[in-house]
Design a protein around this ligand. Sequence first.
Ligand code: MEV
Length: 372
Amino acid sequence: MHQGVGVSAVEYTGNGFGKLLLFGEHAAVYGYPALGLALPLRTTVRLVDEVPRTELNRSMSRSRLSAPHLPEKDREIVQALWEDLFRFAGDRSAPDNRSTHNDTGNLLEHLRERQFTLHVWSNVPRSRGLGSSAAACAALAGAWTAMEAMEANAKLPDSQHATWLLAHKLEHRFHGTPSGIDTGLAVYGGCRSFLFNGGELPETQLLPHPAFPIVAAAVPRRSDTKALVASIRRRREAGDPVVHQALAQLGRISEQAIRAVAAGAPAETVAAAANEADSLLTALELDSEQVRYGLRLAREYGAVGGKISGAGGGGAFLAIFGPDRAEAAAAFAAALPAQIEKQGGEAEAIVISPPQLTPPSTKAESTTSGPS
Ligand code: MEV
């Protein structure tokens, strides 16, 4: 965050990582544990308070947030999220605490009178199951939290948790019933477990980063997360035994995988769990031809296992390589887009290396986008 002086603008920055779900997708929506990895890709939001507070602009008519650099469709989403932020901040003020309530009310009223411009930068691929909407929600929530803290002249006791809660609420606009794992990875980063204990958000714990390369890959999705989660929910509520059993088994595998990763298990152990989870996700009809092709290709390049990752229906998948197969992982990630393109499709892939193997010059390709 940078505070300007004199008449210069004040700006607040928030960041959110893209994510790769390792275990527990869909099952997490029903309270089973999950495990995920933040990607070395992120979205950054800069919220610029363009106009200094003077008597002149205090009397100006209320202005809304502007995001001139985003396409029209994204501007509409951003505007809706902006209104959500005011609503959630208003809800947060304690009705039984008059002073907090009034302070928050005054602050929101004051913010309404100002002119903000939103700048978004992102290299998280959109609509691919790699957490672009969670990253955008986390980045926006982070910028808002920084602004609120500055305006209220207060440091929040746990601003990351406040950001996560806000990002989670914003994500409902995209996902309907998000579990909170995507926004948790977006806000905190790292390799994390998520355990659901009945709170609004799960408990999260930082785990050791897997000591072997994982390729995060993605193809376009045939449906969005909201629709895919809703279709599993409908089948579950209709009592479909395949869905009930698969979700419970995905939860069990995830629980075991969390223990394994926490103990530094070898690639083969995690890969075996991934293969098992992949069969269950396939049984839930979350597979796609391109993902299956990608997983077969990964095997040809020496992957020891892999799975659908995230909501499915195309989208993200992952391939696990042995610790001494960093070059094979890189070769697979480089070959996949061209191979899928030959079949008329498109794909992207990025190697997530164990920390000690990360080449210093590794840079993600950059694209500019808004939330999806
Ligand atoms: C989406 O990345 C993961 C799902 O489990 C939904 C969620 O947990 O909110 C499908």
